[in-house]
Design a protein around this ligand. Structure first.
Ligand code: GLC
Length: 611
């Protein structure tokens, strides 16, 4: 009798972990071009990623999310997709992808793909057939006629359908000779916007999701979600309405910031599409027994963001929380950081899963934004707060932005400035330079004798993984030590409490009754401070250091009490406490008696009211 019960218990446990894995996943973003080049052509590839999967597993990563790996001419580094169902040649083959997936699975890690639904590449078959109005592709994209206009000399000319501007500068409309109409591109000219008012497009994109889900991927990061819809011309006498001017200082008509994007961003129709995709992903709970994660990318107001979570009747996605990217920087105080954390937790509809993003391929690296001194602090915060933590490749070793000259620049956002002096202000290349594996040529990223696709950052000999693995104290060791604690009950489920003890001291606790608690302490100041946490009543007094940042004098395994904790300048420490509520069971009963009396009296009086 016992064996079947045991087997049932094991099976149930496995199923539960396949259904709940995403709620506390540590997700690692891989930018395939820059992670690891296995064939010496100067560009990263799938086999390079597969080779490094054991490293990621050893580090404590639960899932990798790869930026687009699909066929693309790379007008926007792969976010312009020619064929959603094939692999970009320079990254490898579908067999390479299948192997990556299998190796990853074997290591107990999941694979999440980038889903780019707003636009395809203009070299795709869909687009080409749409230009010739070939069914069913005729209305796959947002096409419109130009408008008649007269210039100051009274000469007639045709202008684009509206004043809309592309994120990457200039008109968002491009005339197409073959079709004789303009198409919309919210990003580069090579990224025509799909038309989500077409049911055929809706179905097509669901099938793209199914194609990869059938292969066994564990979910998607969804690109530029809040650009999916534009105002419906049927509500504007058949025209696309102009957007009002924003009045942004210094913005010129070609700048995205020049307009208020009321007709091209955050349209409410978008949410229903996300909920529909959630339904598609949920089909796989039955067929594959796995919950598929969906993380949506939108830079928008918090109240618009949280709607992606879903409604009372429909489930949605995890909207990326970009507050660490945009709302704090190297000068932020502990008060401000606490406020930013609390804000997400406050607005997030209860019962949902929070997330913390410390970097991505579109933003300057964390070490540049927050300062090298705060690398450990920010990594620790993302990893000990409730929910999903997202690490962009290289943040675990505190990589900084590289220098990319105008001649080496690849990013269309920088190229489109046509400004060899100021291009760097727009460029995302510095945060996309190759990963620093070691101090050898090309930082161990590639053994090419030619150029790597972007130059390696100059500090690779001092900031690299091999060096950090070899020293006792490093960003890497700290990151790994913190990651190792993510499976503890306290970090999985513990209640969150954030305290700013002063302008420079931030304290985060995760406490769960009956379990060891976790306590993160950050000193942002340039001076050492000793803190007294006796005011945190529920936190047990006995503490042990489980992770010690590069600037901390207190070492791992040191034990101390909460009344006196010495914290070095710019130091981040993670402690494990004694059992929460431990050794005080009698006290708990003692406390519960008056509570019980109160409850009985309250119940009686409510009942009495109705009698
Ligand atoms: C997202 C991507 C970015 C890309 C853009 C257009 O914001 O993260 O890299 O350029 O969408 O696809």
């Amino acid at each position: 009798m016992r064996l079947p019960i045991l087997l049932l218990a094991v099976a149930t446990a496995a199923a539960a972990s396949d259904l709940d894995w995403w709620k506390t996943a540590l997700v690692y973003q891989i930018y395939p071009r820059s992670f690891k080049d296995s064939n010496g052509d100067g560009t990263g590839d799938l086999n390079g990623i597969t080779e490094k999967l054991p490293y990621l597993q050893e580090t404590g990563i639960d899932a990798i999310w790869m930026s687009p790996i699909y066929r693309s001419p790379n007008y926007d580094s792969g976010y312009d997709i020619t064929d959603y169902r094939s692999i970009q040649e320079e990254y490898g083959t579908m067999e390479d992808f299948d192997r990556l997936l299998n190796v990853s699975r074997g290591l107990g890690m999941r694979v999440v793909l980038d889903f780019v639904p707003n636009h395809t590449g203009n070299e795709s078959e869909w687009f080409s057939k749409s230009t010739t109005r070939t069914s069913p592709y005729t209305d796959y994209y947002v096409w419109a006629d130009g408008l008649n206009a007269t210039d100051e000399n009274g000469t007639l000319y045709e202008k684009p359908p509206s004043n809309w501007v592309s994120t990457f500068r200039g008109s968002a409309w491009q005339y197409h000779q073959v079709r004789g109409q303009y198409y919309l591109h919210q990003f580069v000219i090579g990224q025509p916007d799909l038309n989500y008012r077409s049911d055929v497009v809706q179905e097509e994109m669901k099938n793209v999701l199914r194609f990869w889900l059938d292969k066994g991927v564990s979910g998607f990061r969804v690109d530029a979600i809040n650009r999916l819809y534009e105002a419906d011309p049927r509500n504007f006498s058949g025209l696309y309405p102009d957007e009002p001017l924003s009045g942004a200082e210094g913005a010129v008509p070609d700048d995205y910031e020049y307009l208020q994007h009321i007709y091209t961003e955050n349209l409410f129709e978008t949410y229903d599409v996300v909920y529909d995709w959630r339904d598609v992903l949920d089909e796989y709970i039955t067929s594959q027994g796995e919950y598929k994660i969906m993380m949506t990318e939108a830079y928008a107001d918090l109240q618009l963001m949280i709607r992606y979570y879903g409604t009372k009747t429909r489930n949605g996605s995890i909207p990326f929380n970009f507050s660490f990217l945009g709302d704090i920087n190297k000068d932020s105080t502990a008060w401000e950081i606490k406020t930013v954390i609390d804000k997400w937790m406050t607005y997030m509809p209860s019962g949902n899963v929070a997330n913390w993003v410390n970097g991505n391929h579109d933003q300057s690296r964390m070490a540049n934004r927050q300062g090298v001194d705060r690398v450990d602090a920010m990594n620790m915060l993302a990893l000990i707060l409730p929910g999903v933590a997202i690490t962009y490749q290289g943040e675990e070793i505190g990589m900084t932005d590289g220098y990319v000259s105008w001649n080496d620049t690849q990013d269309p956002q920088a190229c489109n400035t046509n400004d060899p002096v100021n291009y760097y202000k727009k460029s995302r290349d510095p945060n996309r330079t190759p990963y620093h594996w070691d101090g050898s040529a090309n930082a161990g990223f590639s053994n090419t004798t030619g150029a790597t696709w972007l130059p390696v950052a100059s500090n690779y000999q001092t900031v690299n993984l091999a060096a950090q693995m070899a020293t006792q104290k490093s960003h890497y060791h700290f990151y790994k030590d913190v990651a190792a604690q993510r499976k503890t009950p306290a970090l999985q489920e513990g209640d969150l409490d954030t305290r700013a003890l002063s302008e420079s001291l931030l304290v985060v606790t995760r406490l769960l009754p009956g379990e060891a608690g976790m306590l993160g302490v950050v000193n942002l100041a340039a001076e050492a401070q000793t803190i007294d946490l006796t005011s945190l009543k529920i936190l047990p007094s006995d503490l042990e250091v489980v992770a010690s940042g590069v600037n901390c004098a207190l070492e791992k395994n040191a034990t101390l009490t909460k009344s006196s904790i010495p914290v070095s300048a710019h130091c981040a420490l993670l402690f494990r406490s004694g059992i929460v509520g431990g050794g005080n069971a009698a006290g708990a009963h003692y406390l519960s008696l008056p509570l019980l009396v109160l409850l009985v009296v309250a119940t009686y009086s409510i009942t009495a009211c109705f009698s």
